[in-house]
Design a protein around this ligand. Structure first.
Ligand code: XMP
Length: 601
């Protein structure tokens, strides 16, 4: 059971029936929609898209989510057609909007070009109930298909630069469709639009109180753990620390054990930091396991991102099994705690129809087996990053720990790109084509494509105009980088065969430490949500590596905007990095998420 779903029971003393149901067609933002509705104080749940209409009779409203499929393909997620004629208000978002249009006799076509990122909402029907208090403003799109003509009875209520039909409605039947995503932070009036739907159109009433979540989660931890103790592998990141602290509070320090695994894939100084932080939290059962050699030998010769992620995940399980065995924890009195948060499950294909973007290290086969046998507890799996920080604050977790940028479980391994072959960097009409591939997410689906290098310094125009236009137009790339500085002409660069080695990790660790120190000293650190530094096996002569700077701003990691570092700072930082003998070039990632993911792998 999801902890948040259960929270509805706690606060009212009896089961609160969801007033709004989100039908899940596999979108990255399905649960975000439910969460936004809960932020309005209304309990919402998520159900499979094809849930029979009979099961939804008591709902005040239904929202059909976005999703990675095309409604034009056979076998794509569908709904019970009765849902659209049951008299209950329905809001279709993105794929849901297209599905509604197609089901009711409108026409959906493959667009001439995709539309990913921000756009401008132009309201064409002022008195539509969804637009109450909504002005023309920024909206956020992520789609390829478009509704070309609305079904009989519908009117077009808004447009955008690329979509003639950004919104449609049939007020008589209380059916509404939005091509854009009101649930993401980038849609300025998104909450107002959802408010109009939930209260104005559906007539829902407030029944949901977020302040109850901490006592509820603690109660659930005690219930799930029963007589068993909890064993945590902590990383020092916000998520595992907050999950651990919740367990510590629920069960007391004697029943919660923490182990920090030094995988050799951590940042400089990390082990010492974590040790100090956990002492401060009051952890009495805490130890460090040195597993660098195991991880590095398992990763030897792996080039593919998914293969690397799986190796690391499986290696975690092996280390866990070894530790559990040596500590005599396998006697059934212990269960494993994990700090998995909601985006970790969704981007790993956690809902029925979601496309796999990246396998999360908390969801590999060995862990799945423990989940299936009921030996895992994940106290914060229903929450998003910003909620986890709020919970941490409520629990009194020290501010420097909560302020830390997110850092991925697989560590520097997914920031240390590998290549199975050596290859020259190719001249391209738009710049240079770097033959290294990185992971992206476009229209809710995973992509794995090459990188385009613009041989000039990063500018706001490149970030906001050039890079989006290039990634929208070209199907061979999902990322664009600018050149901050290089020791050779970009045309002379080449990709070298490389896998993960301690030597390469040390280079990345050093570069990452330089960037962190610089950002801490200048204050840039607090201006960004996360700042991955990525190592590429691209260089010339003896300088066989390049670095990519990827500072981004985000609310919850589901979408991200590139942040441009002030020019003077970037110059200073670039020269510090180029002073490292193995570094040949420094690049700046110009790609928002989507179409790039935050991490490169
Ligand atoms: P992406 O790269 O998918 O990242 O845009 C979204 C957020 O998730 C973090 N991330 C991970 N965190 N294990 C984690 O604990 C992982 O395997 C993992 N992959 C990505 C990433 O750093 C960003 O904050």
């Amino acid at each position: 059971m999801s902890l948040v779903q259960g929270a509805a029971k706690l606060q009212a003393g009896s089961l609160v029936a969801p007033q709004i149901t989100v039908l899940d067609t596999g979108g990255q933002y399905t649960h975000l929609i439910a969460r936004r509705v809960r932020e309005l104080g209304v309990y919402a749940d998520v159900q499979a898209s094809d849930t029979p209409s009979g099961k939804l009779r008591s709902r005040k409203g239904i929202i059909i989510s976005g999703g990675p499929a095309s409604v034009r393909e056979s076998g794509s997620p569908d709904i019970d057609p009765e849902v659209l004629c049951a008299g209950i208000p329905v809001l279709g978002i993105c794929y849901g909007h297209q599905l509604m249009a197609r089901r009711l006799g409108g026409c959906v076509q493959k667009g001439t070009r995709g539309e990913y990122g921000v756009a401008r909402l132009t309201i064409t029907c002022e008195d539509d109930a969804l637009w109450n208090g909504v002005a023309p403003s920024q909206i956020w799109m992520s789609h390829f298909d478009t509704v070309e003509s609305v079904p009989p009875g519908f009117q077009i209520t808004a447009s955008s630069e690329t979509s003639g039909i950004a919104a449609m409605s049939d007020p008589a039947r209380k059916l509404f469709g939005l091509q854009f995503h009101p649930e993401v932070a980038h849609t300025e009036a998104g909450m107002r639009i959802l408010d109009n739907f939930v209260f104005g159109i559906c007539g829902a009433v407030q029944d949901w109180d977020l302040s109850q979540r901490v006592p509820f989660v603690e109660e659930q931890i005690r219930r799930i753990a029963g007589e068993r103790n909890i064993f945590f592998f902590v990383s020092g990141g916000v998520d595992s620390t907050v999950a651990y602290t919740l367990c510590l509070r629920a069960l007391g320090p004697q029943r919660v054990y923490g182990i920090y695994v030094d995988t050799g894939l951590m940042r400089k100084g990390e082990t010492e930091f974590v040790h100090g932080a956990f002492e401060q939290l009051g952890a009495t059962n805490f130890m460090i396991d040195h597993a660098e050699a195991e991880f590095l030998s398992a990763l030897h010769g792996a080039f593919d991102p998914e293969e690397k992620r799986c190796i690391i995940g499986e290696q975690f399980v092996k280390v866990q099994e070894r530790v559990l065995a040596t500590e005599h924890f396998l006697d059934g009195h212990w269960i494993l705690g994990q700090g998995t948060i909601y985006p970790d499950t969704i981007e790993s294909g956690g809902t029925t129809h979601a496309d796999l973007i990246k396998t999360h290290h908390n969801r590999v086969a060995g862990i799945q087996a423990l989940i299936d046998s009921g030996r895992i507890i994940e106290p914060i799996t229903s929450f998003y990053k910003d909620e986890v920080r709020e919970i941490g604050r409520e629990l009194g977790v020290p501010a420097p720990l909560l302020a830390r940028h997110p850092f991925p479980g697989p560590g520097l391994a997914i920031r240390c790109l590998c290549s199975a072959a050596s290859e020259r960097v190719g001249k391209d009409p738009d710049g240079f084509l770097l033959p290294v591939r990185s992971v992206g997410v476009q229209g809710d689906a995973r992509s794995y494509r090459a990188v385009l290098l613009l041989p000039s310094r990063p500018t706001p125009d490149q970030i906001h105009v050039t890079a989006p236009a290039l990634t929208n137009r070209r199907s061979d790339i999902n990322r664009v980088v600018a050149l901050c500085g290089a020791k050779v002409d970009p045309g002379l660069l080449q990709v070298f065969e490389a896998s993960i080695t301690k030597q390469r990790l040390d280079v990345l660790r050093e570069a990452d430490a330089i960037v962190r120190e610089f950002c801490g000293a200048t204050g840039f650190e607090s201006q960004v949500w996360q700042f991955p530094v990525v190592l590429l096996p691209v260089g010339a002569g003896s300088g066989r590596e390049s670095l990519v700077l990827r500072p981004i701003q985000s609310v919850d990691g589901m979408t991200a905007d590139v942040v441009l570092m002030p020019e003077a700072w970037l110059d200073e930082l670039t020269s510090k990095l180029l002073a490292l003998s193995s570094i040949a070039a420094v690049f700046y990632d110009l790609t928002h998420k989507p179409p790039g993911t935050i991490e490169w792998e």
